[in-house]
Design a protein around this ligand. Structure first.
Ligand SMILES: NC(=O)c1ccc[n+]([C@@H]2O[C@H](COP(=O)([O-])OP(=O)(O)OC[C@H]3O[C@@H](n4cnc5c(N)ncnc54)[C@H](O)[C@@H]3O)[C@@H](O)[C@H]2O)c1
Length: 505
């Protein structure tokens, strides 16, 4: 099954933000494109707006003037649905309401041929439910583009319960021919990206609600230690708190209120107060004229310890041992007895964040997970009220000697990056196990859809297959409401080797 022929007309119905972007993609790829919108005049305005964007591409020398002129000649606003009769593909990008979309597709079926591929760009409704009303539901797929569609490469190609494999393949190949990176996925709440990404926001909000740290510090740790492009607070301010909350809410509802997807009360209050983010001038941060951006907590300089005792290999933080030596600090190595850790000269200990609190130990400071300890520019530390001040000072001085800024946060189990990554890995592993998508597609979707520095499955391989499970197991013991309960899939993942998981015996 191949991509649609470039001579086949493509229609885009609903010519707002997404419709215009999708139409531009199909047009530049070479198709004749029809635009239809229920609001009078809007399709024509959209054609003008797309034309203006093509002009800018010519100015930036990304499109030749001849190609622009040819594209403009292929683009036609339609006054009525009937004008879409000869289209080979219709992509719908109208209001996010099931009844509106169902009604539209029923009307479209009366107009187009039975072999016309019908696609929805819904981000949160069930593709199966939208297609359920159709006479020929097998030709109905989800084609979930990301905003801005001309720039972002990812397209989730969603197969509903009734979607024919041939229709899904044709949609997939067509998206690829349009220069996109398609991933195939089943019709489940949030598809891949909006499902697996939920903990990125939820854990940041939870740390804030538990008074673990302020938004600026959490964002800085996610960026500078976790390697995420943006922190959860600044990102949701950009997306819009109302938009982000509504996705969370719809995924939670669609999973029959699964506690793992519970929305955040702090975010609810923000939305209720009208602080929707950049678009309203205030969100987690203040964007009004003259407002100052709060600084993340950064510890004052402290003296580096003369030596550390490394007990065991530090697991995912193993690189630190070489880095400490390179910084001129002596490392005395001892075989692991009960858990890997760094013992400081004052007798206190430094441990990699797991799902426990430091208060459960004697005189311990925990440090957060980093994507790459060499590249990280900031490390979060947590201490309990019982931790000796000297231990925290030595731990701070140690990371500062490695060139890191240090943020001291509250004693929240799993700290910031560790709990976030553990939960993302869990949802990704579970999505693969439930057949939502393959490992590679899940990783691609998270890297391209939300800019994660690593796909979650790849991240899990680097951390060790048991790592996420053991963090969540500990978190679940301390917070047994179910939010951190590791999935059965993660249990299996943790207790299977890479080789065995791939085998069928
Ligand atoms: N905005 C995003 O970031 C984004 C990303 C991915 C998917 N989506 C999905 O794309 C769809 C459109 O979102 P948007 O942000 O472009 O919305 P939008 O409000 O910018 O545009 C919607 C357009 O649809 C038109 N419309 C409404 N009902 C119609 C009907 N029955 N027939 C024809 N036209 C109709 C409206 O007049 C409007 O022009 C939604 O399903 C949304 O969930 C949005």
């Amino acid at each position: 099954m191949t991509a649609l022929d470039l001579s086949s007309p493509v229609a885009v119905v609903g010519t707002g933000t997404m419709g215009q972007g999708i139409a531009q993609v199909a047009l530049v790829a070479g198709h004749p494109v029809r635009l239809y919108d229920a609001a009078p005049g809007r399709a024509r305005d959209a054609a003008d707006a797309i034309g203006a964007r093509l002009d800018r591409l010519v100015e930036k020398e990304r499109l030749t003037a001849a190609d622009r002129d040819a594209a403009r000649a292929r683009l036609k606003p339609a006054e009525a649905l009937a004008e879409l009769a000869d289209c080979a593909l219709v992509v719908e990008a109208v209001l996010e309401r099931l009844d509106v979309k169902q009604e539209l597709f029923r009307a479209l079926e009366d107009v187009v041929g039975d072999d016309c591929l019908l696609a929805t760009n819904t981000s949160s409704l069930s593709v199966t439910a939208i297609g359920g009303a159709l006479r020929v539901p097998g030709r109905f797929v989800g084609l979930h583009f990301f905003n801005p569609a001309p720039l972002l490469p990812l397209v989730e190609v969603v197969s509903g319960f009734a979607t024919d494999a041939a229709a899904a393949t044709r949609a997939y190949e067509t998206a690829r021919a349009w220069g996109k990176t398609p991933v195939a996925c089943a019709d489940t709440p949030g598809f891949i990206v909006n499902r697996v990404a939920r903990p990125f926001y939820a854990e940041a909000f939870a740390v804030y609600e538990d008074r673990g740290a302020d938004p600026a510090t959490i964002d800085a740790v996610l960026r500078e230690s976790g390697g995420f492009r943006m922190g959860a607070f600044e990102l949701t301010d950009l997306i819009g708190q109302d938009v982000n909350e509504s996705v969370t809410h719809s995924v939670w509802e669609a999973f029959f209120q699964d506690v793992r997807f519970t929305p955040s009360l702090a975010q609810r209050r923000l939305v209720e107060s009208g602080r929707l983010g950049r678009k309203s001038g205030q969100g987690w941060y203040d964007y009004r004229d003259g407002a100052e951006r709060p600084e993340p907590h950064t510890a004052e300089p402290a003296e580096a310890p003369a030596y550390v005792v490394a007990v065991g290999d530090l697991g995912p933080a193993g690189e630190l041992i070489a880095m400490i030596r390179e910084a001129g600090i002596e490392v005395r190595e001892e075989a692991e007895d009960h858990g890997t850790r760094l013992v400081l000269p004052g007798g206190g200990e430094l441990v990699l964040a797991d799902g426990q609190t430091t208060a459960e130990y004697q005189d311990v400071v925990s440090f957060d997970l980093a994507l790459d300890y060499r590249r990280a520019t900031r490390i979060a530390l947590a201490a309990s009220p019982d931790t000796a001040p000297r231990t925290l000072a030595e731990a701070t001085g140690l990371f500062q000697a490695l060139g890191k800024k240090v943020s001291v946060i509250g004693d929240v189990p799993g700290m910031i990056v560790a709990r976030t990554v553990a939960r993302i890995v869990d949802l990704a592993v579970e999505a693969v196990a439930k057949g939502v998508a393959g490992e590679e597609d899940v990783d691609t979707a998270m890297r391209l859809g939300v800019n994660y520095p690593l796909g979650p499955l790849e991240w899990s391989r680097r951390l060790g297959r048991r790592w996420a499970y053991s963090v969540l197991e500990d978190l679940h013991l301390r917070d047994p409401g179910g939010r951190y309960a590791p999935s059965l899939a993660l249990h299996r993942h943790a207790h299977t080797s890479d080789q065995r998981e791939g085998s069928t015996s």
